[in-house]
Design a protein around this ligand. Structure first.
Ligand code: ZN
Length: 272
């Protein structure tokens, strides 16, 4: 009985399908398209490249992200391999990198987390003037990353530890660091907070011995070193370019000198 019903259903279904096919065949119209070789339907225009308008918050920095304190966070990474110091075979030391900025904050400066604001202001000025990206290779270093990145004695009291030092170069001006130096001097001439003040505008060259071949420059607020391509190659500066290091000497907001202290370096930031 079931087989009979199925057979009848199959016959009806086949007939309906055939009927539909016929209908489609009848409704198809074939129209001849004719055109001559001179017919032009659309004028072809060469495409032109339009640059996207900048958002208001991008204008100040010529399309690059405005530099904030976030750019200065410790570059420690637990995936970095251990470093072994074999300079003294009687006392071989093994250094591990820090867990990274998710586990600790930037330094607390005058009660606020961050770095000294003048560093941010100068780098934004340079980025705006050059219209090229500032690459910060080293901002804040927590003590663990500091020991890992630079085992030299001079690094033990580095101002990177207290948020008062930055290393950077400019993408596109990698081999012209003196042009960047000039812009740092211009910052003090153009910024209304400093303009006209000899102790800020008047940079002098430091004549005592340092770890760089080019005598550093300084004014009341900052001390600027130029590391040539073969100088200062710590773990954060493994690139082949010269780079500039700015250290903060004086805090204008508190009218105090900025010095390294163990307390600020080791207790002056939060650990999560
Ligand atoms: Zn760290």
């Amino acid at each position: 009985m079931n087989c009979q019903r199925l057979f009848i259903f199959f016959i009806i279904f086949s007939l309906i399908s055939c009927k539909d096919n016929k209908k489609t065949a009848h409704s198809t119209k074939i129209e001849k398209i004719s055109r001559s070789k001179d017919d032009i339907y659309y004028k072809y225009q060469e495409p032109t490249k339009n640059l996207m308008d900048l958002y208001p918050f991008e204008e100040e920095t010529a399309g690059f992200f405005k530099i904030t304190k976030e750019f200065f966070r410790c570059k420690g990474n637990p995936l970095n391999p251990e470093r072994v110091d074999t300079s003294n075979l009687d006392n071989v030391k093994v250094y591990l990198d820090c867990v990274g900025p998710i586990k600790h904050s930037l330094p607390l400066i005058n009660g606020k987390e961050g770095v000294y604001p003048v560093l941010i202001d100068i780098l934004n000025f340079v980025q705006r003037k050059t219209k090229k990206r500032v690459v910060i290779t080293c901002g804040h270093r927590c003590p663990k990353h500091n020991s890992y990145a630079d085992i030299s004695n001079i690094a033990k009291t580095s101002k990177h530890l207290i948020g008062a030092e930055v290393d950077f170069y400019i993408q596109g001006l990698e081999n012209s660091p003196l042009k960047v130096m000039d812009l740092i001097f211009d910052f003090y001439k153009e910024d209304s907070r400093y303009r006209g003040s000899e102790e800020y505008e008047g940079f002098q060259q430091y004549q005592k011995e340092t770890d760089v071949s080019t005598p550093p420059w300084h004014n009341k607020e900052i001390f600027v070193k130029l590391y040539q391509y073969n100088e200062g190659r710590d773990f954060n500066n493994r690139h082949p370019y010269p780079y500039i290091c700015i250290q903060v000497l004086y805090d204008r907001s508190t009218k105090q000198k900025v010095n390294y202290t163990w307390e600020k370096a080791y207790r002056g930031y939060l650990q999560h």
